[in-house]
Design a protein around this ligand. Structure first.
Ligand SMILES: Cc1cc2nc3c(=O)[nH]c(=O)nc-3n(C[C@H](O)[C@H](O)[C@H](O)COP(=O)(O)OP(=O)(O)OC[C@H]3O[C@@H](n4cnc5c(N)ncnc54)[C@H](O)[C@@H]3O)c2cc1C
Length: 304
């Protein structure tokens, strides 16, 4: 596939934006993952639309990636194309009490712009290591905040390659889900968040407090994808895993963090297979102990 599709891609993108057999371990916070046939870093929406049209015509599978902070890519890599919305889609404009931003901007940067402009509402997001696009896809959230509470509109590319606008209601946000996570044809290009004028010192103090809580409770010094499992109704995944005595449980180079049981960490050069087997073992033992089946929050991509 890559031999036939690469020359066609080069009619749309400069060679510097086309990477063949790109190790996905370089693009995920887990630092795990085999090669993607092609990884593309387009700079313009028109290029993305043209590429998607080409791939659909040719039956080439493709997906869009943000900062790779909520995914586990298989050791066999990704057959097809990965389009990465990164720094080239990272602009943000302040209009009154709203921020209009592109999908590739880091959520921490967006929260920083809010702080600089004394706008309150994104404090919860400052420590989430994803892009705005990935956070909209996941309806990312923390400490009682989530994207759905601040999103006014989302701009996306539909399956026909047309740019569309979705209101907050159109996005069908749920717990770590959205219309985008349910429809692989949609590509989040950016959006508008509606915030409130606030007191800069108070906003900063809240961000500092949440950052401190993360540093003291989470294994931020080791590669991971954050919370491995979703919060089951009426429980906390980390507490169930800890109470089942699974902290430190290991498969190969992956272990259940001994700092926060909700995190699987890559502390000894883990493969994707190690992480997956460890997750299955945790699910099995928690189910045995408490009758609760944990559902992965981390998304699996590619060949395992
Ligand atoms: C240390 C650590 C702490 C974390 N803490 C939190 C937390 O507190 N709360 C929380 O919710 N999450 C947390 N996460 C997980 C992660 O940061 C979030 O889910 C984040 O929103 C993912 O964004 P991303 O850009 O990295 O997306 P990726 O991981 O790159 O992608 C996630 C999914 O979104 C899709 N996607 C990404 N961008 C687009 C786009 N523009 N258009 C269409 N689809 C797209 C991808 O195909 C993939 O299926 C944490 C992760 C780490 C490593």
């Amino acid at each position: 596939m890559k031999e036939t599709i690469r020359p066609l891609v080069l009619e749309i993108l400069d060679e510097s934006m086309v990477h063949v057999d790109e190790p996905m371990s370089r693009h995920t916070t887990f630092r795990i993952g085999g090669p993607a046939d092609l990884l593309l870093t387009p700079e313009r929406v028109e290029e993305i639309a043209e590429l998607c049209c080409l791939f659909r015509q040719r039956g080439v599978p493709y997906l869009v990636l943000g900062n790779g902070s909520n995914i586990l890519v298989g050791d066999g890599g990704i057959r097809g194309v990965v389009i990465q919305l990164g720094n080239r889609f990272a602009n943000c404009e302040v209009v009154g009490d709203t921020l209009k931003a592109q999908g590739g901007i880091k959520l921490s940067r967006l929260a920083g712009v809010a702080l600089e402009n004394s706008l309150s509402g994104l404090e919860f997001a400052a420590g989430i290591p994803g892009t705005f696009g990935g956070a909209l896809f996941m309806n990312a959230g923390a400490y009682d905040g989530e994207m759905s509470q601040v999103v006014k509109e989302v701009i996306y590319l539909d399956g026909a390659g047309d740019v569309q606008t979705a209101t907050n209601e159109d996005c069908s946000f749920g717990y770590r889900t959205s219309i985008f996570s349910k429809n692989p044809d949609l590509i989040v290009l950016g959006g508008t968040v509606k915030l409130e004028q606030g007191n800069q010192a108070e906003i900063r103090a809240k961000m500092d407090d949440l950052a401190q809580r993360r540093v003291s409770k989470q294994p931020l010094h080791l590669p991971s994808a954050g919370s491995t499992f979703k919060r089951p109704e009426g429980h906390f995944a980390g507490k169930l895993i800890q109470d089942a005595g699974l902290m430190g449980l290991r498969v190969g180079g992956a272990s259940v963090s001994d700092k926060h049981a909700g995190f699987v960490v890559n502390d000894q050069g883990a493969t994707a297979k190690d992480v997956r087997q460890l997750m299955e073992e945790v699910q099995r033992r928690v189910y045995q102990a408490y009758g609760v089946m944990l559902e992965p929050e981390v998304r699996f991509l590619g060949e395992f």
